[in-house]
Design a protein around this ligand. Structure first.
Ligand code: MRU
Length: 357
């Protein structure tokens, strides 16, 4: 396998059926160490999602599917009402680990629906159905990422400069990724892009994960601090911005990693298109607009202390640390899903994706 293929096929989440064990790559250790950890208890699963050992909206959803299966297996006794109650409690607990990415809730609901559909079946049949559903969520994402990559690739040409924020590559999804998907797919086909990766303060997903994935894949990647996006755009080095998403509202407003809306405002100023790439599972048809998207607030320690040998601010200094922001739909040139490229008005083009469902 080439380096490029090994990045694309990285198994960030894997269920080993023989060992009956769920493993994830601990993303907090990258790029220094590539280490798998075994998730066994609900507390370990909650912690893995909460602390971003597994992260990226689609990856959180995939992981949650397998978590629900593992937890279902741990429920003893034959009473199906008790089984379903315990499984829903586990789902509620996992769902409370992070509020913004809708894929977590989506995957948990999908697993609970499968359990409900198998009421009256034997325990073995119920568990088999839940396992199949978790695998289906995973395999669907692989197919969706590939399709998103294909559609995204139609939006750029060989030699283009592309700016990305946070990490929406294979580690955050499955296989190609979403925002990084067209770049990796194009690279596989011999195209050459110049990618600018925002480091993405405060948790540095762009530095630790995006530049790692792209560098290892042989892509020409340049790491920049978040406050350098404007100069690279002004220099004429960026022809498109590709970003991922954690929740897309009905009107196209999109929550993604904190700083994305700033990138979008800059891109508009310099006349550069900004595309949001993500699976339809990230579209929340119950959410009318960005005002209704819950934004996760995280520990100020991430800003003041996390990456430093010594504290970088007085302990008593107030901090505001939202993990996501909402990019207004008017700043988005297109939303790329596995079904194609949606253009404004999004209320119409996004709704069309769900017709017949
Ligand atoms: O806090 P994170 O690292 O989970 O945030 C991730 C992002 O904002 C990604 O851009 C988004 O989830 C899309 S991943 C394909």
């Amino acid at each position: 396998m080439t380096e490029l293929q090994s990045v694309i096929h990285a198994q960030n989440i894997r269920y080993d059926r023989k060992a009956e064990a769920l493993y994830i790559i601990d993303q907090t250790l990258l790029p220094g160490e590539e280490k798998e950890i075994h998730l066994q208890t609900a507390e370990e699963m909650y912690d893995a999602i909460r602390t971003l050992k597994v992260r990226g909206a689609p990856a959180i959803g995939i992981c949650a599917g397998y978590c629900m299966y593992v937890l279902a297996k741990s429920i003893r006794g034959e009473d199906q009402q008790v089984f379903f109650k315990k499984l829903s409690d586990y789902g509620e607990y996992l769902d409370s680990s992070r509020p913004t990415a809708v894929n977590l809730n989506w995957a948990i609901r999908r697993m609970l629906r499968t359990a409900l559909e198998h009421v009256g079946c034997t325990r073995g049949q119920m568990l088999d159905a839940l396992y199949e559903e978790a695998v289906a969520i995973h395999e669907d994402d692989i197919a969706k990422c590939k399709a998103i990559s294909e559609y995204g690739l139609t939006l750029v040409k060989d030699g283009d400069g592309i700016l990305t924020h946070c990490n929406a590559g294979p580690l955050a999804t499955s296989r190609y990724g979403t925002a990084l998907g067209p770049i990796l797919l194009g690279t596989e086909r011999g195209m050459k892009f110049k990618v600018y990766s925002d480091e993405t303060r405060p948790l540095l997903q762009g530095a630790r994960l995006t530049s790692y994935e792209l560098q290892r894949s042989g892509v020409d990647v340049t790491l920049i601090c978040d406050n350098m996006a404007s100069i690279v755009m002004k220099n004429g080095w960026v022809q498109a911005c590709f970003v991922g998403c954690d929740r897309i509202a009905v009107n196209g407003d999109t929550a993604n990693k904190i700083g994305t809306s700033g990138v979008a405002i800059l891109a508009k100023h310099y006349g550069i298109p900004l595309y949001v790439l993500g699976p339809t599972s990230t579209i929340d048809m119950d959410c009318p607009d960005g005002e209704h998207i819950p934004i996760e607030l995280r520990d100020p320690e991430e800003i003041k202390n996390l990456w430093y040998e010594k504290p970088m601010a007085l302990p008593e200094v107030k901090c505001y640390n939202p993990a996501f922001d909402v990019t207004d739909h008017t700043l988005i040139s297109g939303i790329v899903t596995e079904q194609g490229v949606c253009r404004p008005p999004y209320t119409k083009s996004l709704a069309a994706l769900f017709k017949g469902n």
